[in-house]
Structure formats: structure tokens, C-alpha cells
Design a protein around this ligand. Structure first.
Ligand SMILES: [Fe+2]
Length: 192
């Protein structure tokens, strides 16, 4: 057997977490939500959601999750460390928006937590968050390469309480349209 190092796997966590005070979390997320302009440009979240007491349980869970998962991932290299939040916790609640392709430079890990999916739909893809492979785009993919990152992109339609946790270098975007707002909370973390 020829020895090799697997250098380019990109771990993405998708799971579900519901809180007893989910309705409070939703009301806080709506209250502080960023807004979408007519030209679909996004404006920042209003105020400091981070300090709102309604999201303490969510915040505690997020820090524990990110700290534990990323520490485990790096257990051969460093001792368990705590995650630090970058900037603030953001919320987006909108009936119609496209958060266009971007990543989060200078951050380490990013999380998107779905508080209210609105009319997100797995079959139509409404409300989908798309994650793009960090490997070079447009390269010829035959069976010899196809399974290194499995796919060029993966998309997730998040239900109530679903979250995805991924490295912040992953480019991503999200699209939604419906009569009921889709509400998500997002945050970026680093380790120091
Ligand atoms: Fe983002």
C-alpha cells in the first residue's frame, strides 16, 4: 500500500438543534434583522444581537459546538481551545433575498442556523444555501478526481433548527422568496 496524506477534505457539519425558547430566539432574530434593499444589497444587522438575553442558550450552544468540533478535528496538533466570536452574531429575516456569493476572510469557521424556514422547499430549492468547493473551479473532473471533494457544490435547504458549520473560506450564497420570512442567525468564529 502506498502511503499518502489526505490534504484537501473539507468538513461540513449539518445537523439539527432546537431550543426550549425557540420563539424568543425568533423574535430577537427578527428584531435585529439585517435588511434587503430593492437592489438586493444587504444591510447589516441592527444593533448587537450578541448581547440580547433571548439568545443566551443559542450562543452558549454555538460556542460549545464550534469549540468541541474544531478541537477534535485538530486533536493531533493542538489541545482543546475555545472559539472566539468575530464581530457579532447576525440575523437575516426576509421574504425575498439573494445573499450573493461570498466567503468570510480573516475568520476561521462559520455557522448558519435556521430559526424559521418560511416557505423553503427541498424540491424546488427555494431557500437553499449553496456551498462551493474550495478546489480550483472548472477543472476537468473524471472519476480519478471526482471523489476528492465529492462535488463542485452542495446545497442545503434548512428546516427549523437545522444548521451548517463550515470553514469560513468556503464560498457560499443563499436565495429565498416567499410570503413568510425566512429567518437565519449566522456567526463567524476564530481560535486564538
Ligand atoms: Fe456568509
Amino acid at each position: 500500500m502506498i502511503k499518502f496524506n489526505l490534504n484537501w477534505p473539507t468538513p461540513v457539519v449539518k445537523d439539527n438543534k432546537l431550543f426550549d425558547n425557540h420563539s424568543e430566539i425568533l423574535s430577537a432574530a427578527i428584531e435585529y434583522s439585517g435588511q434587503t434593499n430593492d437592489d438586493q444589497a444587504l444591510q447589516k444587522t441592527k444593533g448587537k444581537l450578541y448581547h440580547d438575553p433571548r439568545i443566551i442558550s443559542l450562543k452558549t450552544w454555538m460556542f460549545d459546538l464550534v469549540g468541541e468540533f474544531v478541537s477534535n478535528l485538530n486533536q493531533n496538533f493542538w489541545e482543546k481551545q475555545s472559539a472566539t466570536i468575530m464581530d457579532d452574531i447576525w440575523s437575516w429575516s426576509s421574504k425575498n433575498y439573494h445573499n450573493s456569493l461570498h466567503n468570510h476572510p480573516n475568520c476561521s469557521w462559520s455557522i448558519i442556523y435556521c430559526v424559521e424556514p418560511g416557505e423553503s422547499n427541498q424540491e424546488t430549492g427555494n431557500g437553499k444555501t449553496i456551498l462551493y468547493s474550495p478546489l480550483p473551479w472548472g477543472h476537468h473532473a473524471d472519476p480519478g478526481l471526482a471523489y476528492m471533494e465529492r462535488t463542485f457544490l452542495e446545497w442545503h435547504v434548512l428546516n427549523k433548527g437545522d444548521y451548517i458549520l463550515f470553514p469560513s473560506y468556503i464560498k457560499h450564497e443563499a436565495m429565498y422568496g416567499g410570503n413568510t420570512p425566512r429567518t437565519v442567525i449566522a456567526a463567524n468564529f476564530s481560535f486564538r
